[in-house]
Design a protein around this ligand. Structure first.
Ligand code: SF4
Length: 227
């Protein structure tokens, strides 16, 4: 199992989920097997374990007796402490988040489709700068340890938008709440964001988040919004 020096020294025990029936972020159960970096997914924990075991057997990789516990521990090390049973004090999950390329691509694609279906419009420069400023100071603006560089994804977004902001590329990473590459949704007007954002996701963003503030607005305020 991949563990940081900190976790080896300070947290040798295997972490447990508060409930295996609550789906953790990003909305499904994911386990990237440290043996071969294969991404297993499941809508339930049981399905995830079953698929992860099958994958190992099919590839001749040893399946330890406590494999379900190992998977559970791995999941706990990627998600907010609020999902973990008896989470260690001051447990810093933000630094442990692993957003897989598949998750990031899927979440970002929804934004690009929202932009397209919302009329292919962009926010003005002031609003763009405001959003970039908020994201760049937000603790949820994180790097992905399974996707070392965002350059490939940035090029993909540029193909869609036909432009990008060089300064933004230096500071914007991935939104840990949604898995979206921040360089994408900062450009998108409210209409496109509404198309791309599930209602239940809005309140998961921190209160300082520009997106939460915009999507939490009343219909009257939205109509007045020029972005
Ligand atoms: S939570 Fe909001 S402000 Fe923070 S990174 Fe995500 S989109 Fe940006």
């Amino acid at each position: 199992m991949e563990m940081t020096e900190e976790t080896k020294d300070a947290e040798p025990r295997l972490l447990k989920l508060k409930s295996k029936f609550s789906v953790p972020p990003p909305g499904r159960f994911i386990f990237i097997d440290p043996e071969d970096h294969f991404e297993n997914t499941g809508n339930t924990f049981a399905v995830l374990v079953q698929k992860s075991v099958s994958h190992r057997k099919a590839n001749g990789i040893v399946v330890p007796d406590n494999f379900p516990e190992i998977i559970e521990d791995w999941i706990c090390r990627q998600i907010p402490a609020s999902f973990i049973k008896d989470a260690p004090k001051n447990y810093d999950t933000v630094k442990r988040i692993i957003l897989t390329p598949t998750v990031v691509q899927k979440a970002t694609k929804a934004v690009l489709y929202g932009w397209r279906d919302g009329g292919r419009r962009f926010v003005d420069k002031d609003e763009l700068d405001r959003r970039i400023g908020v994201c760049s100071k937000c603790p949820m603006n994180v790097d992905s340890s399974s996707c070392k560089s965002c350059n490939g994804m940035f090029a993909w977004i540029e193909e869609w938008f036909g432009k990008s902001d060089e300064d933004a590329k230096k500071t914007l990473r991935i939104c840990r709440v949604s898995g979206i590459l921040n360089l994408s949704h900062v450009y998108v007007p409210v209409k496109g964001l509404e198309i791309a954002t599930a209602q239940h996701m809005i309140a998961k963003h921190p209160e300082h988040c520009w997106k939460r503030q915009l999507l939490d607005q009343t219909p009257e305020k939205k109509n007045a919004d020029t972005t």
